[in-house]
Structure formats: C-alpha cells, structure tokens
Design a protein around this ligand. Sequence first.
Ligand SMILES: [Zn+2]
Length: 267
Amino acid sequence: MTKKLTLLTLGLIFCLCTGCAVNPITGQEQFMLIPEQQDITIGREYSPEVEKQLGGRIANESLQNYIDSVGRQIARIGHRPDWEYHFVAVEDKSVNAVALPGGYVFVTRGMLQKMKTEAQLAAILAHEMTHIVARDSSAAISRQIGINILLSAVTSEKTPESVLLIADLTRQILDLKYSREQEEVADFGGLDYMVRAGYNPYGAVEVMQMLQDQQRIRPIEFLSTHPSPQNRVEYLTQKIQTDYYRLEDLKVGEEDYRNIVLEQLAD
Ligand SMILES: [Zn+2]
C-alpha cells in the first residue's frame, strides 16, 4: 500500500469513527461532531438572547416580512430547503449580520441603513445562509466555545446564575470567528445562491465596497469577524464576469428597498 493510500485509508477510518459530514457548499468531507438536531436546538435556544443583545426586533412588521421574504427566496433554492429559517432585523446600530446554527440570520439596523438595494440585502442574507448550510457556525462553536457547555446551560434549571451564563455564552457566539477559507466559500456560495434566487450578483460587490468605505471611517463589526473586503471586491467581480451573464433579467430592487426599508428606518 502506498503511503498516500495509507493516509487516505486512515483518514477515511478516522472520518467514519468520528463525526464527518459532507459540506454541501464545497462538496467536501468536513470534521463535524455536532448532530444536525443540535444545530437546531442551539439556534432555537440562543436566538432570543442574541436578539435581545442586538437591541431587539425592529418593530415594523412590513419591514420584517420583507427581510423574511427575501431570505426565504434564497432558502428555497439553497442546499437545505427543509430547515426552518428565520430572518430578523434587529435594532443594533453597528453594521453587522450574524448567523446562528439551525437557520437563524440577524441583520442590524446599522447594516440595513447603509445598503441601497434588495440585491445588496440578498447578498448579505445569502452569505450568512451559506455559513449556516456549510455549518461553519456549528464548527466554530464546537472549536471556540464548546457544544456541551452551550447545551447544558439551556437544558439545566433556570437560576440567576444560568441566566448570566447564557448571556455570557451569547456574547461569545456573537464574537465567533470564521477562517479566511470559510469566508471565501461563503462569498462564492452566497453569490451562487443570490443569482439562483433571481438577484443581480453585483449587489454582493456593492456591499463589499460599502463595507470598505465604512471601514475607513470606523471599525466595522461585520469585518471584525470577516477578512478585509479589498480583494473580495476583486474576486467577486472576476467571478461574475467569468461565470454569470444575462444579468438584465435579475432583480436589483432599488425602489422596493427604499420604500420598505430606508424610508421606514429614516431617523
Ligand atoms: Zn462571513
């Protein structure tokens, strides 16, 4: 047996004995100890505290329905249409978007106010959805926090201590870091999702440019957990020019976005 084959076999045995799952975005095996059901439990149990720490839901049902409908159009064509997704606009003024395992995406008032079109919104939701489907957030939780700590905090009896612990763990969830590779995969995967959902992919480039401009003024929360947007603008533009054409039928949605989001959030 060649050395390469031995390593391959050992790798396969390792994968079979421990937890490996196929990442549907990359098509590759990835190390994953968390059963899918636990993704859903973590999302369900921690989403109320995440929502609270991000300032609560924006009290505007037509805006929430709009964010949700854009998110659902993407979820429908994604790799896991069977999961139950929740797309929520929150009051936080920082420029940010957050994904929780199991199908929860939060986008902040600060981010919503800086975007100009539905295609840009779709780009952010598609990027976050790709992290969820690739289970990047679950993998980051198991590496950076510990899955059992999260689960035991929500399943044990509610005491003042457990409430404090859940709040602290939620802050850690909001600080999760993804690798540069995971971000690139989410950028390309998100681009593919948004085009298949009917959105003009230049929305993704415009969002990166907006974040880059904002970053020059002050640190942007979205970028503190994401690599610099400079070369992302370049590689996204290149990908669009080589892989996508007939863009004229794809939605930009400037007017809808202005009416339903920007005018509602005007200070
Ligand atoms: Zn990301």
